[in-house]
Each structure stands twice: as structure tokens, then as C-alpha cells.
Design a protein around this ligand. Structure first.
Ligand code: NOJ
Ligand code: CA
Length: 639
């Protein structure tokens, strides 16, 4: 036995079995109440040679299993360094897998669909343009890992309640099909520093012969603790616009000056010559506020409002941003007044530049500044390699930082949307101001090198199993040249499908990501975005097959209104749905926003048709979906 190992030579001290059954109400969510029902087995072990104690707790639900390691308080184990975790998931065959490469710093990959045995050879297909990539193994993959066996069993492997522990990757033995956990190392190569009593995160396996059951499983949330917050009334789901897509596409810039012509180490930004391309100027922000106010969009995000971008670009340094000093053309007071007068909230952006200690140094002042200036949500970001050098986006210390930011923000009643942070593990149950994260390849990549059309038919089965994603849907002008003539990329989606994403890519913070002028040309289609909810009483998966299509129906919170969304891969398909989820005693008026017969994500993305029909719970629909297309339906009870 290796010195310090907790793998073998255990005696069984005791086992305890119990049953739990409780229904709880999330602060926000896909459903208004959640049943947490499981049988538990606690196995208490002691190592013969060392006397060390280790417990394993199993919770068996109708739709899967969670288990974790618990290190109880004991004399022989107090402070210890975790060298590795050896949990294995032994699969029964060469399943179809929806995977991204194992990595300690980014999830911004294209998902590859292949047999497990093909992962080694297909690793290069999983491109990302994120420079920080640190793929650790030729057969390593990240979780949530979605699998389908040859006899049609859907299996999802992930982790729940990732707290004070490094994030899990999986390493595949592609002869035996055994996956072994591979934890993210810290700067010394250790996997964590623990202090008993403590627990590992839950290792989770969700299983069903219906793909839709994986999407509606609440296993991960149920394995997290109830909320720690006394008062959650300040936590409010919303749609938001943003001075954002114009920078992502390259039409305007985050920086105030022309970065190529600026000397580094700028301290007096008032002396900088403006480049004329700065997006976050007061007049431009007002334009977004006006559009949001006129169209029922609750908030506006502004990126590039604060000084430091000139110094940061291409030169990662420790002290670039202070998160409280605006550029000369961004008038904090005036925008505070203006937004409030229009009933629109502001979302502040904190690009931490992955300088994590710098962010922690400024955090309290930054959140105080937000609260004082009418901002109730922060979009944070962790672009680039983590400082301190050698730490990773998913190592224990940085995992702790993300949660620290969330709890500190809660002191100021601030909601958090973190980009480039660690994958979600259901922590929003305990800390419901953790509204969303990116932690995958979002819409931004459409402006770089594209997301394949099947991307949004997979993400709900992978990334979203852990929690909401800020996917930033709603791009109507899919030919990016129309926004920035120098950018020749395009969004791999029809316009109708951009509407559907508000239903299929669940998030309590849902971005309305395009520019106001692009919406103004399609206000008939925009009507769906105006009306669609962001918080739900009920959710049904009507159709679903990872990699091919997903159709969701959701009932808006506290209403009898339903919204349906369908996302399609690159093939033209017919969707067949029935409306038996509707109240049989009511008649409804539905508006269908669908691909026109000649629509195509590449050649004719803006060809959509809008029609109104009456519906009852007996109605059926066969709806054409174009390549890269889909549809959205709003359903309101007839008055
Ligand atoms: C990457 C984020 O995903 C994106 O939304 C943001 O605009 C940039 N970083 C700049 O911080
Ligand atoms: Ca990103």
C-alpha cells in the first residue's frame, strides 16, 4: 500500500440506511417545486494499518446515484494534502459519447460526438481558440459527460456541490472503458489541501432510457444544500441587453484608446486620445437603455466601462483593473439617473483578467460601488491564465474564489453571472444569487470561428446539467459582416432558432444579445423575446435526442402562459408535438415563429414565418425545422 493511501485495507465499522422524501421550492428555476426523494446508505470504514476513518455516503434516486467521500473528525487525520482521487466509473461498453477534452482552464470547446474508443483519434476535432488550453491526456474528458449505450440507455456523469475541492476531469481507459477521476492540480501539482471533518463533492450518475429524463433530472440540485440565505427577495430573474455584441464582433472596442498606439502603464486616462470606437460611451449606453425600456427588457450590461483595457490587452499583469474607475466618456452618475428614470437596471462588468488576488483586493469596494450606483448584477470574467502563476481555473483555490465572490456579492444583494469560471454543480440551490455562468462555448464563438449547428442540441445534456448557462442568444443579424464589414463569420442558426434558445437554453438571466438596430428590422419576431419568461412553474421535454434536436415546453411562473422552443441540428427535420400539457378546460391562442420552407442557417437564415393558431390540450403540430433551424411558440389562454 502506498504511504498515505486511503484505497485498501479497510474494515467495515458500520452501515446506516435511511430514506428521505421532501419537496422544496427553488428561488428561481425550471419548475416551481422539486421532490428530493432518495434512499441513503452510509458506509463507515476504518483502515486497519493506520486507524484512519473514511465514510462513503450513497444516495440512490429514481433517476440516478450520487456518492461522496466524507472524512470525519478523528485523531489520525486532520490536515492533509490530496494527491489524487481514484474514483472509477466502469462502463459496460463502447458507448456513444458527447465530450470535450479534459482541461484545467477552459470548457470553451466544440463538443465531439464519437464512440469512447474514438476519443483518442478525435481529440484534435475538439477545437477551441482559447489560448489557455491545457489538455492533460489523450483520452481525458470533462464533465458533465453525456453517454448513450448501444441499447439506448442515456447516462450522464458529473459532480454536485463542488466546494473547497478541485474540479473533476475523467481519464478514459479506452480498452476497458473505465473512467477514472483526474482532479485539477494546484501550482505545486497537488489536488487539494483538506482539513477533517470535510467531504468531497458528490459524484453523480443520472440514468434513463429517455433522453428527456436526463434534461429534467433534479438530482444535482437535490444533492446540494438548501439555501443559506435568510432573505432571497432581492434575487430576480431578468432578461438583459448589453453593450457587448458590438465588441465581440469587432465593431467597437472595450478600450477607450487605440490599444496599438498606447504606451503601457497608463495612469491618467483623461489624457488618452479616444479612438472613437469605444462602445461604453454614455450616449451609446442610453440607446440600449431606451430600447430595453421600450421593450420590457429589465436590464442593460455595459462592458468596457472601466479603465485598464489598454494595459491589459496582450500583457497580462497583476494590477490592471480596479473595478471602480470609469473611462472619461462613461458617466456613472448620469447613467444611474437615466436608467432609473426608465425603470431599467444596470449590469456591471468585471473582467478580472484572471488576476484573482487583484479582484479579491478590490472586491468589497467594487461591490459597494455597484450597490451605490444602481447595479444589482455583476457579469464577471476570467480570461487568460490564472494569476497567481501555476494555478488553474478549476483548482481548489480558484474554485473557492468563485464561491467567495458569490457570497461577498450577496452581502450587497448582487447577483452573479461568471464567465470562464468552473463548471456549475448545482450550487445555485444553496447560493441562489449565482444565477448563471458561461463555462462553455457561448454565442461569442459565432463571431470567432463558429459553433456547429448541433451545439445547442448537446449543451442542455452536458454543460447545463450543472446549472444555467449565459449562452447569450437572440442574434437576429446572423451575417456578422452586416455589423462589422471586416468580420466574415456567421451565426450557425436561423433567426427562428435564436428565438427558440430562450426556451431551450435555460437561464434566469437571459441575454438579448443583438444590437437594437438589428432588432428594429424584425420587430414582429422580436415580439417573442418581449413575451418569453425567464422563470418557470413547469418544464416538459417534448422531444429530445442529443446531437439532433430538443423541444421544450415551459410554463411561465405564476401564469397560464406556455412557451415552446425547438433547436435542430444541421438536418431539415419535422417536429411532431402534442399539446397535452395544456389545461384541458382552456382554449389558447398560439403564435408560431418558424423557419420558412426555404430557410437555411447558411444561405437563408432570416427566412421566418409567423402564424397564429388556436390550441387546446388535444391539438397536435407537425412543424418543419430548417437545417440549423427550429421554432418558438408563445401560448396564451384566450380571454
Ligand atoms: C469573455 C466573455 O465570455 C465575454 O462575454 C466577454 O465579453 C469577454 N470575455 C471580455 O471580458
Ligand atoms: Ca468566454
Amino acid at each position: 500500500m502506498e504511504e498515505g493511501s486511503l484505497n485498501t485495507e479497510f474494515v467495515l465499522l458500520d452501515t446506516k440506511e435511511s430514506t428521505f422524501d421532501e419537496t422544496w421550492k427553488p428561488v428561481w428555476g425550471e419548475v416551481s417545486s422539486i421532490r428530493n426523494h432518495y434512499n441513503e446508505l452510509l458506509v463507515q470504514l476504518q483502515q486497519k494499518t493506520t486507524g484512519k476513518k473514511l465514510n462513503i455516503r450513497f444516495r440512490l434516486f429514481n433517476d440516478g446515484l450520487g456518492f461522496r467521500y466524507e472524512f470525519p473528525e478523528q485523531p489520525n487525520l486532520k490536515y492533509f494534502v490530496l494527491k489524487q482521487e481514484d474514483t472509477e466509473f466502469a462502463l459496460t461498453g463502447d458507448h456513444k459519447a458527447f465530450w470535450i477534452p479534459g482541461d484545467f482552464d477552459t470548457e470553451e470547446y466544440r463538443t465531439v460526438t464519437s464512440k469512447l474508443s474514438e476519443i483518442r483519434q478525435k481529440m484534435k476535432d475538439a477545437v477551441t481558440s482559447n489560448v489557455s488550453q491545457t489538455t492533460f491526456s489523450p483520452t481525458g474528458v470533462q464533465t458533465p459527460l453525456m453517454l448513450k449505450s448501444q441499447d439506448g440507455l442515456y447516462i450522464n456523469i458529473h459532480e454536485a456541490a463542488l466546494v473547497n475541492y478541485s474540479a473533476m476531469n475523467l481519464n478514459l481507459d479506452d480498452r476497458s472503458f473505465i473512467l477514472t477521476t483526474f482532479l485539477t492540480p494546484d501550482a505545486q501539482g497537488n489536488k487539494g489541501r483538506l482539513q477533517a471533518p470535510c467531504d468531497s463533492p458528490w459524484r453523480t450518475i443520472i440514468v434513463s432510457d429517455k433522453a428527456g429524463d436526463i434534461l429534467t433530472s433534479k438530482l444535482i440540485l437535490n444533492l446540494n444544500d438548501p439555501t443559506r440565505y435568510q432573505d432571497t427577495s432581492w434575487i430576480k430573474p431578468t432578461k438583459f441587453m448589453g453593450v457587448w455584441w458590438e465588441m465581440i464582433t469587432g465593431k467597437s472596442t472595450w478600450s477607450y484608446a487605440d490599444v496599438d498606439n498606447v504606451q503601457l502603464g497608463v495612469t491618467d486616462y483623461s489624457k488618452l486620445a479616444p479612438s472613437g470606437k469605444h462602445g461604453a460611451n454614455t450616449a451609446n449606453v442610453k440607446r440600449y437603455i431606451d430600447f430595453a425600456a421600450a421593450n420590457g427588457i429589465g436590464a442593460v450590461l455595459v462592458e468596457g466601462w472601466n479603465v485598464g483595457w489598454e494595459d491589459w490587452f496582450g500583457h497580462q499583469k497583476d494590477f490592471v483593473f480596479d473595478f471602480v474607475t470609469p473611462y472619461p466618456d462613461f458617466d456613472v452618475q448620469e447613467l444611474r439617473r437615466y436608467a432609473a428614470s426608465k425603470g431599467v437596471k444596470l449590469v456591471m462588468h468585471h473582467e478580472t483578467s484572471s488576476s484573482v488576488r487583484n479582484y479579491e483586493r478590490h472586491m468589497d469596494a467594487a461591490y459597494r460601488f455597484m450597490a451605490a450606483n444602481g447595479y444589482d448584477t455583476v457579469k464577471s470574467g476570467y480570461v487568460g491564465n490564472i494569476l497567481p502563476v501555476g494555478e488553474h481555473h478549476y483548482s481548489q483555490w480558484i474554485v473557492n474564489h468563485y464561491l467567495y465572490a458569490v457570497t461577498q456579492a450577496s452581502n450587497y444583494h448582487i447577483m452573479v453571472d461568471a464567465h470562464e469560471a468552473v463548471h456549475m454543480t448545482g450550487l445555485s440551490r444553496t447560493y441562489p444569487n449565482l444565477m448563471a455562468e458561461e463555462a462553455a462555448r457561448g454565442t461569442e464563438y459565432e463571431a470567432f470561428d463558429g459553433n456547429p449547428p448541433d451545439h445547442t442540441t448537446i449543451l442542455p445534456f452536458t454543460r447545463l446539467i450543472g446549472g444555467p448557462m449565459d449562452y447569450t442568444p437572440g442574434i437576429f443579424e446572423t451575417q456578422i459582416e452586416k455589423v462589422n464589414p471586416r468580420n466574415h463569420n456567421y451565426v450557425h442558426s436561423t433567426l427562428a432558432r435564436q428565438l427558440a434558445l430562450y426556451v431551450t437554453m435555460y437561464s434566469p438571466l437571459e441575454m438579448v444579445a443583438d444590437l437594437p438596430e438589428n432588432y428594429e428590422r424584425h420587430m414582429d419576431a422580436f415580439q417573442f423575446i418581449r413575451e418569453v419568461a425567464v422563470d418557470w412553474d413547469d418544464t416538459k421535454v417534448l422531444e429530445g435526442e442529443p446531437g439532433d434536436y430538443i423541444t421544450y415546453a415551459r410554463k411561465a411562473k405564476g401564469t397560464d402562459n406556455w412557451f415552446v422552443g425547438r433547436t435542430n441540428d444541421e438536418e431539415a427535420r419535422i417536429s411532431h408535438i402534442t399539446f397535452d400539457f395544456l389545461d384541458p378546460s382552456k382554449a389558447y391562442l398560439a403564435t408560431i415563429y418558424a423557419d420558412a420552407p426555404n430557410a437555411d442557417y447558411k444561405t437563408n437564415p432570416q427566412a421566418y414565418l409567423i402564424r397564429k393558431i388556436r390550441l387546446t390540450s388535444k391539438s397536435k403540430l407537425d412543424q418543419y425545422c430548417a437545417p440549423g433551424g427550429g421554432y418558438a411558440i408563445s401560448i396564451f389562454p384566450e380571454k
